[in-house]
Design a protein around this ligand. Sequence first.
Ligand code: GLU
Length: 387
Amino acid sequence: MKINERVDRIPLSQTLALDARAKELAATGRDIINMTAGEPDFDSPEIVRTAAKAAIDGGRIRYTPAAGRIQLRQAVADYLSRTRGVAFSADQITVCHSGKHALSGVLLSLVSDGDEVLLLLPAWVSYVEQVRFAGGDPVGVAPRPDMGPDFEALDAAVTPRTRGLMLNSPNNPSGYVYSKEELARVAEFAREHDLWILSDEIYGRLVYDGEPYQSTVQHSEDARERTVIVDGASKTYAMTGYRIGFVAGSPALTGAVARLHSQLTGSPNAVGQEAFEAALRTDASELDVMLKAFDQRRQYMLESLVELGLRTPAPQGAFYVFPEIAGHWSGGDSSAFCDALLESEGVAAVPGSAFGVEGHVRFSYATSMDKIKEGIERLGRFLNSQK
Ligand code: GLU
């Protein structure tokens, strides 16, 4: 059978593939410290588990509207209005199977063949593939050394074919959080070149220091109209397996995504929808516990990596660190570094090349402090063996 070319070009997601490889090795009895996937190691809050069980026991396990249950769409709109300080209504929300599904729904709805989409690097592994799959050309924009946006590079990357840009703050893989001023510049840049902004805000509630979380929707009425927010339940509520996310944007766009998904996937998971609604309606106490634990790990990781002599841009959000390996690894090839680290010390991480920035490696600290400490010790041994 001949596989369609667009599909045939798609590689397996590197984050997921490396996570699977680490788990396979562990299953063969190897002592592996898995710092690949960004998946909270906590249970989802009790209120989430209770709501999921109630949905099943109450028989509310049927198809829902393609855009999601109206109660959940309203809960998302209320949550966004509260946290972004800009009013949202339910018709501006379409619920999807995950943040990833929401992103692909938006890109398939907005991108036409040959459109260029700017990716503010480093960019999460699936952006490039999803833009290509939608028929567009992803254009990476290199960051500053601290992983913040380089506006000169952004200016230089625009062409008459540019239609939109993708922004992810807090950033996966660097943890960089855009300042209010930087978001304002992005918004102005989008206005000047008449671009849409696809703002991936999945880590928006995982910010540890600096300014409170901001979105381009807060900048101006114009920015609000250009911005499409994508977010979901996975990271904030430790609900990765529930597969629930959403798109927030103009009713024309959310309607298009719902129509598309009605043909591709039907309606989002009914149980996940009720669980997510419960999460959004109640600020569960477990969230604070998770946030504090992530913050502690973040500080430990940052200090330890710097002590090991790795230049590490200070992450302010998400649950990743993105140290530079240049100077510690000949050639700076991050993929070869990750292979060697896994082979010799059993520590699994994701190469920076997967995010469009070579010479760095991503470590996820969404794992226990004991594992992090052991991982750091092994990494130190590995770096020493390279001297
Ligand atoms: N988003 C997470 C990560 O970057 C989960 C894996 C994935 O879907 O990429 O590790």
